[in-house]
Design a protein. Structure first.
Length: 477
């Protein structure tokens, strides 16, 4: 794949996916009630293509598994590999070259396509959208890939986040703002001030915005500025009809409305990326004032479920994008791995240059204290020469280097509300594991055993024979 400009909208992305044979169009009728979700889930588990359902329960096509591979994410960002995209963002994440004050990362669009068709008043009907019900025990249909825009009611600072939205009726939905997120904090401030919170929900934004909305960014970095850095260009933003909020002009569908202080409703249960159903809990109610959409709108969605699903690859992309900035913050850090089975960073493998006894524990606590790092329930730390992307090597090193009585670090703190271990207060126990080779001073003066490695002369002398053997084996396979 040759580098190309980052996609400007979903239609642009679909053309590129088709050229790369990364898109499957389904013309047969498939229901939004469980059927689409099951097809998407099985396709994702088998590392299949993006899926465009052209014949659904309504007139709007459904696009899913869009970012369900690292290749498709690279196509979306116009890069050959994610390291190129990470280079675009390293200074921004480090706090340098911020354009927040000047707004130089956006440009205005006066006639966005999502204003081509607008429904207000009695014409609002959320059931007209092809919103999926994904699992048999789900409480109802839910929007799973929205970018939700709010502003801090005190200082007007914008935020864009991704939160599940359960459809309640024609013009209301539940906003799954879990504690500590930007949207939740804005709503809490609005409640204290006794004022409603304006909310805009963008469905089907350009991919760089989707990725940015679910990335654990510094609190003072607006997600749209990060998206502009990822895309390598300014993001076109357009004004909403009912508030001072702005949303990406690339959006396919935009819901505008308000959340009212003190008004909540039970939300859930829903099948989640943990592989289990969430609890039924109260969340803010979103009142829709208008629905705007393109004449050729496409409804983007994702299906939560046990890994590997689309969100696993979004997490892997975010891992690669954030690594350079993490290495600037923690010079001892070498690499980081969010394994797919670890549910979007709930389990983290880290390799480091160990500089003194207790250094791994120090790094574990530092990562727990860094923003959404607090949601990482297990952090395993390895020496710098361990390939933590190789699960076999990770398990081998862990089984040899960990003394449970000495190397387990336990803590307790906030976790996300989807964590099956979360208590009623939204906290859970978490564990760090020091998987490094121990120094003599960490073992009462006992040196660590010497590693077994072949000598260089033997390696050189036998190289040709080994290649002949393995070459034949490769041919048979």
């Amino acid at each position: 794949m040759k580098p190309t400009p980052a996609c400007t909208d979903i239609q642009d992305f679909l053309k590129l996916l088709a050229e790369e044979d990364e898109l499957c169009r389904i013309s047969s009728h498939v229901s939004c009630e469980l059927e689409i979700a099951h097809i998407v889930s099985e396709t994702s588990r088998n590392l299949g293509p993006a899926l465009l359902f052209e014949n659904t329960d309504g007139s709007i096509p459904v696009l899913a598994n869009t970012l369900g591979s690292l290749k498709r994410i690279c196509i979306a960002l116009g890069v050959e590999d994610l390291n190129q995209a990470a280079e675009r963002t390293i200074n921004l994440l480090a706090g340098n070259n911020r354009a927040s004050d000047s707004g130089d990362y956006t440009k205005s669009a006066s006639n966005p396509q999502f204003h081509e068709t607008v429904f207000e008043g009695d014409r609002i009907d959320l059931s007209s959208l092809p919103v999926l019900r994904c699992w048999p025990g789900d409480a109802g249909p839910a929007i799973t890939l929205p970018v939700v825009f709010t502003r801090d009611p005190e200082n007007n600072t914008p935020n864009a986040g991704m939160y599940r939205m359960q459809i309640i009726d024609r013009d209301t939905a539940c906003m799954h703002w879990y504690p500590g997120t930007g949207g939740a904090m804005h709503f809490e401030k609005a409640c204290r001030m006794g004022t409603h919170l304006d909310v805009a929900v963008a469905i089907g934004t350009e991919p760089a915005v989707m990725l940015s909305a679910c990335a654990p960014l510094p609190a003072d970095l607006y997600e749209i500025e990060f998206a502009a850095s990822l895309a390598g260009r300014k993001i076109e933003m357009a004004s909403c009809l009912h508030s001072n909020l702005e949303v990406p002009a690339s959006s396919q569908i935009v819901l505008e409305g308000i959340c009212v202080p003190g008004e909540t409703q039970f939300e859930g249960p829903f099948g989640t990326h943990t592989g289990y159903y969430s609890r039924k809990e109260r969340f803010p109610v979103f009142h829709v004032k208008s629905i705007g959409m393109r004449s050729n709108a496409i409804f983007t969605t994702t299906v939560p479920g046990p890994p590997p699903q689309e969100d696993c690859f979004m997490a892997k992309a975010i891992e690669r994008l954030l690594l350079p900035a993490l290495k600037q913050k923690f010079p001892e850090l070498v690499d980081i791995n969010f394994p797919l089975e670890g549910i979007f960073g709930r389990m983290v493998f880290v390799s480091m240059h160990k500089q003194h006894p207790g250094h791994p524990e120090q790094l574990i606590h530092a990562l727990w204290n860094m923003g959404r790092g607090m949601f990482s329930r297990m952090i395993w730390v390895f020496d710098n020469d361990v390939n933590i992307q190789d699960i076999s090597e990770v398990l081998w090193k862990m089984s040899n280097c960990v003394n449970p009585a000495r190397d387990i670090i336990l803590g307790h703190g906030p976790t996300d509300t989807l964590d099956p271990h979360a208590d009623i207060c939204g906290t859970a126990c978490r564990m760090g594991l020091d998987c490094t080779e121990k120094w003599p001073e960490e073992r009462d003066g006992m040196p660590w055993p010497e590693r077994i490695v072949p000598d260089k002369r033997t390696i050189t002398k036998t190289a040709v024979i080994i290649e002949q053997i393995l070459g034949k084996a490769r041919q048979k396979s």
